[in-house]
Design a protein around this ligand. Structure first.
Ligand SMILES: NC(=O)c1ccc[n+]([C@@H]2O[C@H](COP(=O)([O-])OP(=O)(O)OC[C@H]3O[C@@H](n4cnc5c(N)ncnc54)[C@H](O)[C@@H]3O)[C@@H](O)[C@H]2O)c1
Length: 317
């Protein structure tokens, strides 16, 4: 367990996860393999970069030779590395298929050779949209965007490596995360940083699409719970139990930054825009995890973080 390869940790969730793990388990050694795409940022890992138990390797998860080399001696792989922005996937799907599908397959091959545990970080978007019941882990995959289709493809490959080669696997599918270090292209940080720059916030369609918001620290705790208590071969949903329309979230951010609704600009809806994501996380609740945090409080904390950390986001907008 203690020698872990974690990919994509210069990104949002991965960097939050490694920070938590290094604090919580001082005996674990963590190697971060990250290509440093536009979404990868060494400022995200700056505060723990010198930790003696942390090693950074710059590289691509599709690079078979490099992956084989970095993988040696690692008992666990946790794969956060991915192209993650739905809007970009609609414009340029190829890089999503490459990284999210081929990259995962490359890692699976190395994990199989090493006899490691393979933990795939997936998303609720693989289930598509629901106006009725919340999705369980048994719900069919019905992705809508090239991003979610690529993530669904990766999940299927993980299950195939388990069935074909006996690889031990875990998958988590979390809902929409928010919190410090999220790239300002994503909804909450984009709206905060737009308002801080005196710009309007672009709301898709009627603004009534629903997302289940999960504070990033809760997701990291959920991943840790699955890593230590999860049953190999299982999939675990990680939902925030916090369904909100985009308009609700937008108005909360406006309030926190003392802006009026004239700052909202309604724009043409995203192609194939899922109306509502909704997860049942009963399986993970049974392992003792529940989201701890409160949306209003954590949104406030997130807004304050962006207000204080202009040095971090200014170069990215
Ligand atoms: N952000 C969310 O709300 C959310 C929700 C559910 C699931 N997820 C999943 O969690 C994971 C992390 O998401 P995030 O929001 O932190 O992403 P992010 O876009 O902030 O970071 C992705 C990281 O992966 C790296 N990367 C990209 N392509 C790579 C490649 N070919 N080789 C090596 N590294 C590469 C990037 O440099 C970056 O550091 C992803 O797998 C995503 O699908 C995210």
């Amino acid at each position: 367990m203690e020698n872990i390869l974690v990919t994509g940790c210069a990104g949002f969730i991965g960097s939050n996860f490694v920070r938590m793990m290094l604090n919580k388990y001082p005996e674990y050694r963590i190697t971060n393999l990250d290509k440093l795409t536009y979404a990868g940022n060494l400022n995200n890992t700056k505060d723990f970069a010198e930790n003696k138990n942390y090693t950074f390797v710059k590289g691509d998860i599709c690079d078979k030779e490099l992956v084989e080399r970095v993988a040696r001696g690692k008992g666990v792989f946790i794969n956060f590395a991915a192209e993650t922005h739905v809007d970009r996937s609609i414009i340029e799907a190829g890089v999503f298929a490459r990284t999210d599908v081929i990259g995962t397959q490359t890692l699976l091959e190395a994990a199989t050779r090493n006899d490691s545990l393979f933990f795939q970080i997936s998303t609720d978007e693989v289930y598509g949209s629901t106006l009725g019941e919340s999705f369980t882990e048994e719900s069919p995959l019905n992705p809508s965007s090239p991003y979610s289709a690529s993530k669904a493809g990766a999940d299927l490959l993980v299950k195939a490596y388990e069935k074909t080669y006996g690889l031990k696997t875990l998958i988590t599918r979390s809902s929409n995360n928010y919190g410090p270090f999220q790239h300002p292209e994503k909804l909450i940080p984009r709206f905060i940083t737009n308002l801080l720059q005196g710009k309007k916030v672009p709301v898709y369609g009627d603004g009534l699409n629903v997302r289940d918001w999960l504070f990033v620290e809760d997701n990291c705790e959920g991943i840790d719970t699955v890593l230590h208590k999860g049953k190999p071969g299982q999939i675990y949903n990680i939902g925030g139990d916090c369904e909100k329309t985009n308009l609700y979230v937008t108005k909360k951010i406006l309030q926190l930054l003392a802006k009026g609704e004239e700052s909202i600009e309604y724009v043409e809806d995203r192609k194939g825009h899922d109306r509502r994501y909704s997860l049942s996380s009963e399986r993970l609740h049974k392992l003792g995890w529940k989201p701890k945090t409160d949306f209003d409080e954590d949104l406030k904390l997130t807004v304050e973080w962006y207000v204080k950390n202009e040095w971090w986001w200014k170069p990215l907008v």
